[in-house]
Design a protein around this ligand. Structure first.
Ligand code: ATP
Length: 278
């Protein structure tokens, strides 16, 4: 269980995340939605400790993640793998080496300095690439792959960390619908088959509805919706996205990529939809 307790993050006078409290049980697939600037990335980055909260605490199992430093913090960042919109691979290195880099936090500094990976680690990296359907590109420089392929490499690298949780920050925002579907199907497969918690920021509402059993809607740094996709009514969508500049209700079409999940998502959790009063 991940517990986010009254977490706030300010950048100067700007409050990016405003007093957010959430509990995420292990094994959920959670979509975080909201307008640009709503605080989605900041929230994810605080969970992974790429950014520190200004106030509040983040707890995983019995560990206060927000208080960790040194090797314990690196262990947490290994347990909580992060996937980014821009993939964050090393373009000049081949795909296999990029995936092996996911092992770095598992190993001693001296082994890392020698840059040596065991036969077992290599086999594991190839198995991860096979699972993502991209093993044939193992020896290609990562920078020569298409965006969709690069994101699959990034997911294979995340798997090499043997994470307890995957945080994906707009993983499909740079991809065309077909590649977006492959990437979301992969994240769903990892969630369903391995039971790994996935928390993903998504620009598009229909993707969140299709893949996530729980949707968290943010507006101006606050959680304004937390519930199952079925409970995301027009009213709730309005609370998350607000009205367009002409004052008209926002259309779901503009938050749509038209991708459909290959597998049905897990049945919805027994969540009471929460609407913030402010
Ligand atoms: N490093 C930073 N320094 C200053 N302000 C920041 C920083 N990171 C985020 N912000 C501000 O915090 C607010 C929330 O940003 P955040 O990136 O978390 O939103 P988001 O919902 O992820 O948006 P997007 O979908 O555009 O990525 C914004 O006003 C943003 O400008």
């Amino acid at each position: 269980m991940l517990k986010i307790r009254d977490v706030t993050r300010r950048f100067g006078a700007n409050t990016a995340v405003d007093n957010v409290a959430l509990e995420i049980p292990n094994g959920q697939m959670v979509g975080v939605i909201g307008r640009s600037g709503a605080g989605k990335s900041t929230l994810l980055r605080m969970i992974n400790r790429l950014i520190d909260p200004t106030e509040g605490s983040i707890i995983f199992e019995e560990t206060e993640v927000s208080a960790l430093s040194g090797p314990a913090l690196r262990r947490w960042q290994r347990d909580c793998a992060m996937i980014f919109q821009q993939f964050n691979l090393v373009p000049r290195l081949d795909v296999l080496t990029n995936v092996l880099l996911g092992r770095l936090n598992h190993r001693s500094t001296s082994l890392n300095l020698l840059g040596m990976f065991s036969r077992e680690e290599r086999a594991q990296a190839i198995a991860s690439l096979e699972r993502l359907g991209i093993a044939q590109a193992s020896l290609q420089p990562a920078g020569t792959l298409s965006g969709g392929q690069q994101q699959r490499v990034a997911i294979a690298r995340a798997l090499m960390q043997q994470p307890k949780m995957i945080l994906a920050d707009e993983p499909i925002a740079s991809l065309d619908p077909m590649n977006a579907k492959v990437v979301m199907d992969s994240l769903q497969d990892i969630n369903l088959r391995d039971g790994i918690t996935v928390v993903t920021n998504l620009h598009t509402l229909d993707t969140a509805r299709a893949y996530c059993s729980r949707i968290i809607g943010m507006a101006a740094g606050k959680v304004v919706f937390d519930g199952a996709p079925e409970d995301l009514t027009r009213e709730a969508v309005h609370m998350v996205y607000g009205a367009d500049p002409d004052g008209d209700e926002i259309s779901e079409a503009i938050t749509s990529t038209s991708i459909a999940a290959s597998r049905p998502r897990k049945s919805a959790p027994s969540l009471t939809p929460a609407f913030a009063s402010t």
